[in-house]
Design a protein around this ligand. Structure first.
Ligand code: HEM
Ligand SMILES: CC(C)=CCC/C(C)=C/CC/C(C)=C/COP(=O)(O)OP(=O)(O)O
Length: 322
């Protein structure tokens, strides 16, 4: 849509061939409404849930299930951006988002998100089973209503409780294959749940000015950098043994176990560096949050590595190689 049309002006009657060419930047905006970068790992965790589940799903139906998780998660992100367009406009990191910057009308963005959410849930139900569709719907509602609308602007525990939404995809993938819940997808849920606070709070240590400006009560804004560093360590200490649980319970083998120990130790090392980083009396970094930036990057490697290792381990054991 052109700027003129968005402001309510009548569309020009004759469109020259030059103007009829595809508006790539507008297409990019519609794609950006699905938060594609953040959702890659969300979708990967759903794929891993699907791959390590016992039983069989036709590859085409499996691909459709993953598409539904991707579109459902993206749609939830889009509705989140519709609701948050006021604070997104105030933060440097998010000010250029399509609705915050006024390039896409809020009503259009909301309709897009709601329609895609509905389609993804319906297609999931038709292609796999309605239990998986129910979990997908629950995740979307959790992200939008519990995290975005209820908690995000109210409490620094927003990402702890609300972050559970991001931990549902392994369950969705698993249930798409089996139709029911089990111990391993619950452990995967717990791993992503415990992973989310150190993942996000590392980032928030250096991005807190944005949240301060927008009045979002993220932990460093409300409790300060020192407490945030402590909490990162606390959750990482819980996360490391959780990561090893599949092997300890006999649900995964030693290959996964080796990765879980190494990645858990790596994350603990990064959390330790965040805790001990040169800082002033209030915990503010004297070295431009170097340790927090490294911990955030490592968090992505950690979760991707853990999930990848679980899939590799499952494959090695089911093919009889190990
Ligand atoms: C409420 C919980 C969470 C919050 C508040 C949060 C917040 C953020 C923020 C602010 C970024 C910075 C980059 C951006 O805006 O694109 C980011 C990056 C990222 N997050 Fe999270 N996150 C959360 C949970 C998760 C979960 C559960 C996953 C996946 C399982 C995840 C995966 C990622 C990935 C892959 C990136 C890197 C994106 C890039 O390359 O730019 N996040 N997260
Ligand atoms: C299947 C399904 C519905 C999955 C949900 C996916 C989910 C909740 C992922 C959490 C990751 C995420 C986008 C956090 C952004 O938080 P934010 O919105 O506060 O980040 P922002 O500041 O960048 O807007």
């Amino acid at each position: 849509m052109s700027d003129l049309m968005r402001r309510g002006a009548t569309a020009p009657l004759a469109v020259s061939p030059l103007h009829a060419t595809t508006d790539w930047s507008e297409l990019r905006d519609w794609f950006a409404l699905l938060k594609p970068r953040v959702m890659t790992l969300v979708v990967f965790s759903g794929l891993v849930g699907l791959l390590v589940a016992p039983g069989h799903i036709h590859p085409v139906l499996g691909a459709v299930a993953i598409l539904c998780i991707a579109v459902g998660a993206g749609a939830a992100g889009c509705i989140n951006m519709w609701y948050e367009r006021d604070i997104d406009a105030l933060m440097r990191r998010t000010a250029r988002r399509p609705m915050a910057a006024g390039r896409i009308a809020p009503e259009a963005g909301l309709a897009y998100g709601v329609i895609l959410a509905g389609l993804s849930v319906a297609l999931m139900g038709l292609a796999t089973n309605w239990a998986a569709a129910g979990w997908l719907l629950g995740s979307i509602l959790f992200y939008v209503l519990i995290y975005t609308v209820w908690l995000k602007r109210r409490t620094p525990q927003n990402i702890v409780i609300g972050g559970a939404a991001g931990a549902f995809p392994p369950i969705i993938g698993w249930v798409a294959v089996t139709g029911h819940l089990d111990v391993l997808p619950l452990i995967l849920f717990a791993i992503v749940f415990a992973w989310t606070p150190p993942h996000f709070w590392s980032l928030s240590l250096w991005a807190h000015e944005d949240y301060e400006r927008a009045g979002v009560p993220m932990l460093p804004v409300v409790a300060g950098a020192r407490e945030t560093r402590r909490q990162i360590m606390l959750y990482t200490v819980v996360l490391a043994p959780l990561g090893l649980l599949p092997t300890l319970l006999g649900l995964a083998g030693w290959v996964y176990g080796v990765y879980a120990i190494s990645l858990g130790a790596g994350f603990l090392f990064h959390a330790w560096r965040v805790l001990r980083e040169p800082q002033d009396a209030t915990g503010v970094s004297l070295v431009r949050d170097a340790a927090a930036r490294a911990a955030f990057r490592f968090s992505l490697l950690h979760l991707a590595g853990l999930l990848g290792a679980l899939t590799l381990d499952h494959w090695l054991r089911t093919t009889g190689i190990l």
